[in-house]
Design a protein around this ligand. Structure first.
Ligand code: ATP
Ligand code: MG
Ligand code: MG
Ligand code: MG
Length: 470
């Protein structure tokens, strides 16, 4: 049954409300009072203090739909069917309340009764030693053991150093052989796009101590995460997450601006999807108060925007286009995220300044990089010097990761260490210049001049006052 992304989101939250959960919208992408994380990458991240017992949750059962950014997946975007850098994660959480049995059986109920996914297309993974999970799936739910896969620690055990941790159980959907890698070992957990992982249930039942002992937690927690775009991809039976209802609208915008056809040429399709993904990410980042810069979150924003601009060039798009494409993101997401509409003009202004700034130098930069590559070829060298990479960065605005990526496409690399040394030299120069003359040495960044009403710390959406809790 075809069902839109926005409808799936409300179905999920309604379902868990009916199971006694407090349901609420997304927290900001910018972590609050948490310096361990650059950007929120999972539904549980903004709830960490509840899990750690550092703060009292408003209710022991919660359900959210959380905006997430995973820059670690940037290389996968456009290549796999299932990865985006920006996505929404649905999740239900228990803070020392219900545990494995409820989490698994409610998950099963939602997926089979409410989404009506055919049971025989579903596969399940469990942690290899988690007999409790096996019993629940096999004996209580009646799920056939032939489709239960046992996976090891890397895949199905969640832990970060010491502290709360535990096994996972994941739900997969078999999209059929046509999506498979043809390997005889292809099964859930395989990197190809046949068995698509869509829901991870984490059973936080241990506390790992300094000596590596796993001590049972008196009140174990539940933390689940289901990718909204992925479940929509399954429900709408489309090839990849960029072809679901909402995102396809943005993708169509790219196709229109570029005046190319989608689905005709692999390389173009990858660029189209990359732009589609990155414009979503940057729009939401700016809405949450992030501004382009050379560090931290601002760097993530700058890197994504400039990478998208470069893929625009690959498609033959002339001039700045991203700041207009942003309208498409607002059109499909503003119902769920009213801040997009409220801050539309502001977001547009930020994107426009950043894009136009890069636009001035990108063509020249690409030419310079080409000449560097030719030089390397002539000298039978594979490594671009840090000095040259720094020039691309400093004069042409190429984030180092972009330079790296463009070189890798041609089989070359960057001397990152000497690039870092050049960066350090520049920092020192700036420091000295500031000491010598306050007014002259320091170029004020354009972004410090525009609307100051939104800061990175901004959380005050009046409709979501709980934001301030965490
Ligand atoms: P994969 O193995 O496919 O990379 P994952 O195991 O890294 O996924 P989890 O950390 O378990 O993902 O996150 C929970 C859920 O969030 C996943 O089951 C998936 O539905 C969704 N998800 C994770 N990463 C992405 C992404 N980059 N884009 C879209 N959805 C994602
Ligand atoms: Mg992953
Ligand atoms: Mg996985
Ligand atoms: Mg997973």
């Amino acid at each position: 049954k075809k069902i839109g992304l926005n409808e799936i989101r409300s179905k999920f939250l309604d379902f868990f409300e009916s199971k006694g959960h407090l349901s609420r919208g997304s927290f900001s992408l910018v972590p609050q009072n948490d310096s361990s994380l650059l950007l929120i990458n999972a539904g549980m991240a903004p709830l960490k203090n509840y899990f750690m017992g550092k703060e009292e949750p408003p209710k022991k059962r919660m359900a959210t739909c959380q905006k997430c950014i995973r820059t670690g997946d940037i290389e996968n975007v456009g290549k796999t069917a299932r990865h985006a850098t920006f996505f929404e994660m649905l999740g239900n959480f228990s803070f020392g309340d219900y545990f494995k049995r409820e989490s698994i059986s409610w998950g099963w109920e939602f997926v089979t009764k409410h989404l009506e996914i055919p049971e025989d297309r579903i596969w399940v993974s469990i942690y290899e030693n988690d007999e409790e999970a096996f019993e629940i799936w096999n004996k209580e739910i009646g799920f056939p053991k032939e489709r239960i896969v046992r996976l090891g620690k890397e895949d199905n055990f969640w832990e970060i150093g010491t502290g709360p941790c535990g096994p996972c159980s994941e739900l997969y959907f078999d999209r059929g052989e046509k999506y498979g890698c043809k390997s005889p070992d292809c099964k859930p957990g395989c990197d190809c796009d046949r068995f698509i992982e869509f829901w991870n249930h984490v059973f936080t039942q241990f506390d790992k101590d300094e000596n590596g002992n796993y001590n049972p937690l008196p009140n174990p927690n539940i933390d689940t995460g289901m990718g909204l775009e992925r479940i929509a991809c399954i429900m709408q039976d489309v090839d990849n997450i960029f072809e679901i209802d909402t995102i396809k609208h943005i993708l169509n915008g790219v196709v229109e601006i570029a005046n190319v056809e989608y689905g005709k040429n692999k390389k173009n399709d990858a660029s189209i999807r990359i732009i589609t993904d990155h414009i979503r990410a940057v729009t939401f980042l700016v809405a949450d108060g992030v501004l382009p810069s050379n560090e931290g979150r601002g760097y993530v924003l700058r890197r994504l925007l400039r990478r998208a601009a470069r893929h625009g060039k690959i498609l033959g798009i002339q001039g700045s286009f991203l700041y207009n494409l942003m309208d498409k993101v607002v059109e499909v997401s503003a119902d769920a995220y009213p801040e997009l509409l409220e801050k539309k003009d502001y977001i547009k202004k930020v994107l426009k300044i950043e894009e136009e700034r890069f636009e001035e130098t990108i063509d020249q930069g690409i030419e310079i990089l080409k000449s560097y590559i030719n030089e390397l070829k002539e000298n039978k060298n594979k490594v671009l010097s840090g000095k040259n990479a720094f020039k691309l960065y400093d004069t042409y605005g190429f984030p180092i990761d972009l330079t790296k990526e463009m070189l890798e496409e041609e089989g070359f690399e960057v001397d990152e260490q000497s690039f870092e040394e050049e960066m350090e030299k520049q920092r020192n120069r700036a420091r000295n210049a500031r000491q010598n003359d306050e007014s002259e040495g320091w170029k004020e960044d354009v972004f410090s001049k525009i609307d100051k009403s939104i800061k990175t710390e901004f959380v005050g959406y009046s409709s979501l006052e709980e934001s301030a809790v965490v």
